[in-house]
Design a protein around this ligand. Sequence first.
Ligand code: 5RP
Length: 229
Amino acid sequence: MDPKEQLKRDAAREALSRVTPGMRLGLGTGSTMWHFVDLLGDALAEGTLSGISGVPTSERTRDQAAERGIPLLELHEGAPLDLAVDGADEVDPHLDLVKGLGGALLREKMVVQAARAFVVVADDSKEVSRLGTRAPLPIEVVPFGWESHIPALEALGARGVLRVSEAGDAVRTDNGNLLLDAHFEGGIEDPFEVENRLRARAGVVETGLFLDLADEVILASDSGLVIRR
Ligand code: 5RP
């Protein structure tokens, strides 16, 4: 296995050790979560875990989990969830996160909101000293008037770029919305202020800032696992 994929799998395996029989799980989205869902599928098939159900945060995760025979629930059926597990694009020293490069930020945040605990799985390349330095901040917006957010982002010190596919089409989220990627020169100085200012705007559905939400971050590196709480 590619060494980077092995790190993701190591983090996912550690997160799986937090899962006990009968738990209702939030199942995040992304390449690291792919390993978690895969390992969870193995554990159910082998009978080392039983009675598990999950709420997927994207159609991709729904498809993978269904293929692996993981019983699925709608969010209102599963809530309160025992544990949400998800990846991240950035993790800062306060365990605040940027998420959403995979485009699933809205459902991911709704699932975390419904969970009693939230564990993040990542490789150590996601560690940053300041959010917004490694990745842009994804923002889900309704299609109507999306361009009107660009000057507001500029006022916050960010360059907003509509996310497009390789074919040049605007990317649509699972919810039919658009994504703006906000590039902050030098990172995000005050993530809470940015979150409040963006969330106050009509037309902004959700941001990829996950602040004060993570209970534990499992980071896999070449020298082993680092657990932050
Ligand atoms: C999707 C996300 C993912 O969790 C994030 O992009 C990390 O993905 P990966 O594990 O592939 O690096 O927020 O919306």
